[in-house]
Structure formats: structure tokens, C-alpha cells
Ligand binder design. Structure first.
Ligand SMILES: NC(=O)CC[C@H](N)C(=O)O
Length: 306
């Protein structure tokens, strides 16, 4: 059976799990996504791609954007500066939890994959204004995907109106000197970053850059340094699938990052990037059918890095 046909069959099997999950609705604009959608692209480091499902359908990155901003900020500011503001440890808590910000001394977010840590990282994007910082980030994403990517205004606005938990994380961190400046400006930038929109081919392409040690499989350009790509993949393994990263490491075993819109970016080192879109989520916020699909693929192709 061809890889393309097998992929189609695995998608059909995994789609049967979608009814057991639920589309995110705490960001109102995400609530009208179709829970039965499931699409995948596998993008090899040899620059070949395979896909199944509605692979051209666009969705917003949400938390997947956390890996991309981390890569940019690490290259701009260096490890020492970044890790003086955000830690390297998994939390075992939900992605938007505030609990450990208070109990961790000195107060700093435990890692860049939870909301508090991501807000601290986005705060470090270079630029004097929100516009300058945004331009820098979106240009980087356009290089990674090789496409003219932009953001979904409705989703960004919808999140900005309702982001009171993220607002409180910011004020807490401002009080403790993790971030400085205007909180509302940071939220405007963060919600735009989360609303960056693309299809699963573009997402798989970004995953392939990480899988290829930062080298673009299409142009051969080094878009991310090897060291930064390594750090990002390590965070994807330890914290990328929220508080089920441990179970995911056992059942799938690859660096991956999910978002509440139902996207998952996977990166199989030295092999391929994976982009998945399946908006029905399990109880921790990962695509339920997407995770099942990755379990099937990892078993079939022996992807686990462990
Ligand atoms: N887990 C996610 O995808 C969360 C991203 C979302 N924009 C938030 O901050 O709540």
C-alpha cells in the first residue's frame, strides 16, 4: 500500500475518536469549528509531502506559536537572558494555571510552553512597538513556512476580549518583575501570535525545519540555529502536549506541540515534520483524533525517539 493511501486509512480510523472530544469554546471564535475535521500532512526533510483529509483548511496556531516565538527569542536574546525569566521544568498543571507562579520562588513561569511562560517569552521579542515586534515574528513565520502567512483578526479579537486569565498572569508577572511595560500591548501581540493562521502543510513544513536541525528542507537555508532547534524540540517532548506530555511520550514518543484550535506540530528528528488539524479536543486540550492518528503513525513507522 502506498504511504498516501495508508495515511488516508489511518485518518479515517482516527476520525472515529472525534465524537469523544469537544471543540474549545473559551475563545468564542473557536467554538464554531467543525469537530469532525481531521487533516494531516507529513513533510519529509527530503522536501516531499504526503497528506490526507482537508489539508488546505486553515486554522489558528494557538499554543503551537509558543515554540516559534521561543525559537525567535532564543536566537535574538540568547539562552542566559531567556532562562533568567522562564524555567525549563514541566508543571503537570493545565496550560493556563496560575498556581505555580505563586509557589515557585523566585516567581517565574516554570517553562515556555505554558501560557505564563509564553507571555514572558513574547514579551522578549525585539522591537520598540507592538507593530515592530509583530512584523518581526510574522516575517520569521513566513520564512519557516515559505508562505505569505497572516493572522485571523476575528480569533485574535475574540481572545483579546476574553483573555482575563492571561491578563491576570501578566499582572502577576509584572508585579514580580518578570515582565515590564504595558500589559494590554503584550496581550495584543500574544493574541495575534496565537491567531496566526495556516494549513497543515505549512505546519508540517515548520515541523520539518525543527526535524532538520533548523535547516529549511526547501531552500537549504539555516532558519534556526541547531542549538535552538534542539532546545525547542526538548521542550516539545517535556511540555509540548500540556499535562499529558508524559503519556504522549510513551505512546507516540516524538517532539510535538499542540494548540487549542486542534493543531499539532510534530517533529521526527532527522525524518519529517507533521502538521495535524483536528479541532475536537480531549480533556487536557489536545486534538483527540490527532493524538490517536499520531499513535497509529508512530507505531507503523517506528517514530519514537526513545
Ligand atoms: N493551549 C492553547 O492553545 C492556549 C492558547 C490560547 N491562545 C490561550 O492563551 O489560552
Amino acid at each position: 500500500m502506498s504511504d498516501q493511501k495508508l495515511l488516508g486509512e489511518l485518518v479515517d480510523i482516527a476520525r472515529a475518536f472525534a465524537p469523544y472530544g469537544k471543540v474549545a469554546d473559551y475563545i468564542p471564535a473557536l467554538s464554531n469549528q467543525n469537530p469532525d475535521d481531521l487533516a494531516i500532512c507529513i513533510y519529509s526533510i527530503g522536501n516531499e509531502s504526503y497528506y490526507a483529509g482537508d489539508h488546505l483548511k486553515k486554522f489558528t496556531l494557538q499554543s503551537i506559536s509558543k515554540v516559534i516565538t521561543l525559537a525567535l527569542v532564543l536566537m535574538d536574546n540568547g539562552e542566559d537572558e531567556v532562562f533568567s525569566k522562564v524555567g525549563m521544568e514541566p508543571t503537570g498543571d493545565p496550560f493556563n494555571s496560575i498556581a505555580k507562579l505563586e509557589t515557585n520562588k523566585p516567581s517565574k513561569p516554570l517553562n515556555p510552553m505554558i501560557n505564563a511562560g509564553a507571555l514572558a517569552v513574547t514579551h522578549m521579542i525585539k522591537g520598540d512597538t507592538v507593530i515592530e515586534k509583530w512584523d518581526r515574528l510574522i516575517e520569521f513565520i513566513c520564512h519557516l513556512t515559505g508562505q505569505q502567512v497572516t493572522y485571523n483578526e476575528d480569533v485574535a479579537y475574540s481572545e483579546l476580549q476574553t483573555a482575563n486569565l492571561n491578563r491576570s498572569l501578566c499582572y502577576f508577572m509584572k508585579q514580580h518583575g518578570v515582565i515590564t511595560g504595558n500589559v494590554e500591548d503584550l496581550l495584543v501581540l500574544y493574541t495575534k501570535q496565537c491567531a496566526v493562521e495556516m494549513n497543515c502543510v505549512d505546519l508540517a513544513k515548520m515541523g520539518a525545519v525543527f526535524a532538520n536541525d533548523g535547516l529549511d528542507p526547501e531552500s537549504g537555508r539555516q532558519l534556526i540555529t541547531k542549538d535552538v532547534a534542539r532546545i525547542c524540540k526538548t521542550f516539545m517532548v517535556t511540555c509540548g502536549m500540556y499535562n499529558s506530555s508524559g503519556e504522549f511520550a510513551i505512546k507516540v514518543g516524538i517532539p510535538a506541540k499542540s494548540g487549542v484550535s486542534g493543531g499539532i506540530m510534530g517533529s521526527v528528528p532527522g525524518k519529517c515534520g507533521i502538521g495535524i488539524f483536528g479541532p475536537s479536543l480531549d480533556e487536557v486540550g489536545n486534538s483527540i483524533a490527532g493524538t490517536k492518528l499520531l499513535e497509529g503513525l508512530s507505531a507503523k513507522y517506528s517514530w519514537s525517539i526513545f
